[in-house]
Design a protein around this ligand. Structure first.
Ligand code: ADP
Length: 159
């Protein structure tokens, strides 16, 4: 682990990564030196994108930003934090449903990995209604998704 670098893991399914996720990474970059976007590869429950394409999409968004890395992982999130030397888990919160879910995960992680701190950031209002599942729904009906995707990203290139 590099000595004073503050690294946060932003774990999730990211199927696909949305403007909402991007808002959390962008806010996180104000706090942390490095953010590793961890794409959970064990929860591949027949998603829209393959894990490889989820990763490629996120890499394309942050190409040229050396402070953001993208990695697949298939172990407990806390174990992966230890492996990469991340002392923080970064997560986003849209509403009270997210809050309850995130809080229970935080409590388990706190017990298992006491040295790791969970940091929850609020979603900006314009992305409160954005979710990967909504995006998948739009894609499955062939609807335009540009308002939910980061600029310059065409989901068709990753399907
Ligand atoms: P998971 O299956 O682990 O919940 P997701 O890819 O759905 O993975 O979400 C990863 C993280 O991003 C979670 O903390 C989730 O709350 C957050 N998130 C999802 N959508 C948004 C959004 N629109 N704005 C901010 N955060 C979001």
């Amino acid at each position: 682990m590099k000595s004073m670098e503050r690294t946060a893991l932003f774990p999730g399914s990211f199927d696909p990564f949305t403007k909402g996720h991007m808002s959390i990474v962008d806010q996180g970059l104000e706090i942390f030196d490095k953010i590793v976007v961890g794409v959970g590869a064990n929860t591949e429950k027949r998603g829209l994108l393959t894990v490889a394409n989820r990763i490629r999409l996120i890499e394309d968004i942050y190409a040229g930003n050396p402070n953001v890395e993208v990695e697949p992982y298939s172990k407990l999130t806390g174990e992966f934090c230890r492996e990469i030397g991340a002392k923080f888990i970064l997560r986003g919160m849209r509403n009270t449903v997210d809050y309850e879910y995130e809080r229970s995960m935080m409590l388990v992680n706190q017990k298992l990995y006491p040295e790791i701190t969970t940091v929850l950031l609020f979603t900006p209002p314009e992305y409160v209604a954005v979710s990967s599942s909504m995006l998948r729904e739009l894609v499955s009906f062939g609807h335009d998704t540009t308002m939910l995707m980061p600029e310059h990203i065409d989901i068709k290139n990753y399907l």
